[in-house]
Design a protein around this ligand. Structure first.
Ligand code: FES
Length: 175
């Protein structure tokens, strides 16, 4: 038996189908369409790729090819706490990729992915404008400069402690 799509995806597919009517069925509309989906849904769900391909009369792999070429597109919804690791030149030179690896290892996800509990997502970004603080990470829109592996540990640990505290308080309230 075929699985029903989860309601959230169903709603996204309905929305995208309705919006596609505003776009001509021409290949030059591909990027604006992908931008529209990402703008409305914060990512490009895989299920929408076929819709776009059908609308434009091209193969889904062609849509994927374009979407994966540009850094602006992501295939996973951002987490509650988006982590942006800067890999601009200054940050790269000062070990930005080591910081990225540390976040990936600590959270067990890769760049562009979201943790299964939807708490964190990791994204590599270009210069965020604070090169003097390189390497830089932006977490929840807060800039963290002079990043080091120990700071990665500390940031994640801080969230874990806060989450446990909230859970304890909630359990007390429910009691
Ligand atoms: S290169 Fe990272 S802040 Fe400029």
């Amino acid at each position: 038996m075929k699985n029903n799509p989860v309601p959230e995806i169903e709603a996204i597919l309905q929305d995208v189908t309705a919006r596609l009517k505003d776009f001509r069925k021409e290949k030059c509309c591909l990027i604006p369409i992908l931008q529209m989906i990402q703008h409305r849904h914060a990512h490009l769900p895989h299920e929408t790729i076929k819709l776009v391909a059908d609308h434009l009369g091209i193969a889904p792999c062609e849509v994927y090819g374009v979407a994966t070429f540009y850094n602006q597109f992501r295939f996973h919804p951002p987490g509650k706490h988006p982590i942006k690791v800067c890999l601009g030149t200054a940050c790269h030179v000062r070990g930005g990729s080591i910081i990225l690896e540390n976040f990936e290892r600590k959270l067990r996800i890769k760049d562009g992915e979201t943790t299964p509990d939807k708490e964190f997502s990791i994204e590599r970004v270009a210069c965020v404008g604070c090169c003097a603080l390189a390497p830089v990470t932006v977490l929840d829109d807060q800039v963290h400069g002079h990043m080091a592996p120990s700071k990665v540990e500390g940031l994640i640990l801080g969230f874990e402690i806060e989450k446990q505290k909230q859970e304890r308080e909630k359990a007390k309230d429910d009691f």
